[in-house]
Design a protein around this ligand. Structure first.
Ligand code: DSN
Length: 415
């Protein structure tokens, strides 16, 4: 790394983070390891250039190469998902969602999204977010019976609340989402339908999760989760809404695009078209299913009864442990998870009764079912020895050795 011997403070912190990522088990469902090609594109001279506008219609001179890069990113995004129009400029998934709202809603309009306490996202109408402050946000939840989406119930809420926009998509929901049904509900109440596939984009691209394309008016995603690219967002729509979406992203809610990130998105989208990527996505799901089974065999309760995708929620109540206690002890043991509310949780979001486990990052390292079982046994052991500092330190050392068998960044950097 070039900072060595120059900005020593930042260099040292970057080195430590590299070490943490390489020698920890990352089970945070929204995280992944971008490879050297994505990192190279994201850390290059393209960061220097202003390119407000869109390819061939910029407000600055010197954009020829950037026009080509952005056009390639757009074409790859459209091809990968089978979309008519793609805007690759959103800086994040939140910006992508905000752009859709900005394009079709007025302040005070009603939006219907999944309750954040049941797995939805902040920008789907949660009170502290712009989506809950500027719009009249109402929500649907999972059913108390099986912790799954109940489409009759969603229709009933939609009929009562008459939203102008219905949002499907989640940050912590492990079952398939029926986008076709969502569109039928939207049509019945005269609403727009937006699918936020940030978490499952890689699975959708690989054909392993039902696609929202052909059903949703708008599809938004991030590029850094299962898609394994740089941090960022994309909005898709049909030609009919292309102009509205483009003007909502720029100049509506953003200024200059991050062209280095757009180049890295193009690289990741190219990778996502390969057979290797498809196999990777298959293994993500196989690992998540097997991991959920192992956790259930160890006496944990799996929310919604299992998983169809890359993640699942573990209810820790049977073990008398809170999500926060689990997160803290597991982090000290080199295992990164996040505390998560479970549906109908009686605890606060800062404490929670559950944790969320995801397999995209460990699968990138080449881990398979056998390793998932070993990880589950380690998690169980840590949670049985919650306050035992030396147990956590021993586990930390074991995790470090375990990770050495699946090198990722240590193949590229001297760590
Ligand atoms: N914060 C992300 C997650 O962890 O799911 C969603 O944007």
């Amino acid at each position: 790394m070039k900072l060595e011997g120059k900005d020593t403070k930042i260099f040292e912190l970057m080195r430590r983070e590299l070490d943490r990522e390489e020698y920890s088990l990352i089970l945070i469902a929204s995280e992944n390891y971008a490879d050297e090609d994505v990192l190279a594109a994201q850390g290059c001279v393209l960061t220097n250039k202003y390119a407000e506008g869109y390819p061939t219609k910029r407000y600055y001179s010197g954009c020829t190469h950037l026009d080509e890069i952005e056009s390639i990113a757009i074409e790859r995004a459209k091809e990968l998902f089978g979309a008519e129009h793609a805007n690759v400029q959103p800086h994040s998934g939140s910006s992508a969602n905000m752009a859709v709202y900005y394009a079709v809603l007025d302040r005070g309009d009603t939006v219907l999204g999944m309750d954040i306490a049941h797995g939805g996202h902040l920008t789907h109408g949660a009170k502290p977010s712009f989506s809950g402050k500027w719009y009249r946000a109402v929500s649907y939840a999972v059913s108390e019976k099986d912790e799954m989406l109940d489409y009759d119930e969603i229709l009933a809420v939609a009929r009562k609340e008459r939203p102008k926009l219905i949002i499907a998509g989640a940050s912590a929901y492990s079952k398939f989402i029926d986008f076709k049904k969502f569109r039928e509900i939207a049509d019945e109440v005269g609403a727009y339908f937006m699918a936020d596939i940030a978490h499952i984009a890689g699975l959708v691209a690989a054909g392993l999760h039902p696609s929202p394309f052909g059903h949703a008016h708008f599809v938004t995603t991030t590029t850094h989760k299962t898609l394994r690219g740089p941090r960022g967002g994309i909005v898709f729509c049909n030609q009919e809404f292309a102009k509205k979406i483009d003007s909502a992203v720029f100049p509506g809610i953003q200024g200059g695009p991050l062209m280095h990130v757009i180049a890295a998105k193009a690289v990741a989208l190219h990778q996502a078209m390969t057979e290797e990527f498809k196999q990777y996505q298959k293994q993500i799901i196989a690992n998540a299913k097997y991991m959920a089974k192992c956790m259930a065999d160890l006496g944990f309760r799996i929310v919604s009864g299992g998983t169809d995708n890359h993640l699942f929620l573990v209810d820790l109540t049977p073990k008398n442990v809170t999500g926060n206690e689990a997160q803290v002890s597991l982090e000290a043991s080199g295992i990164m998870v996040n505390k998560n509310l479970i549906p109908f949780d009686t605890r606060s979001p800062g404490i929670t009764s559950g944790i969320r486990l995801g397999t995209p990052a460990v699968t990138t390292r080449g881990m398979k079912e056998k390793e998932m079982e070993i990880i589950c046994v380690m998690i169980d052991a840590v949670l049985k020895n919650l306050n035992d500092r030396s147990f956590m330190e021993n586990t930390r050392a074991k995790v470090r050795e375990f990770c050495k068998g699946f090198p990722f960044y240590s193949r590229m950097y001297d760590i």
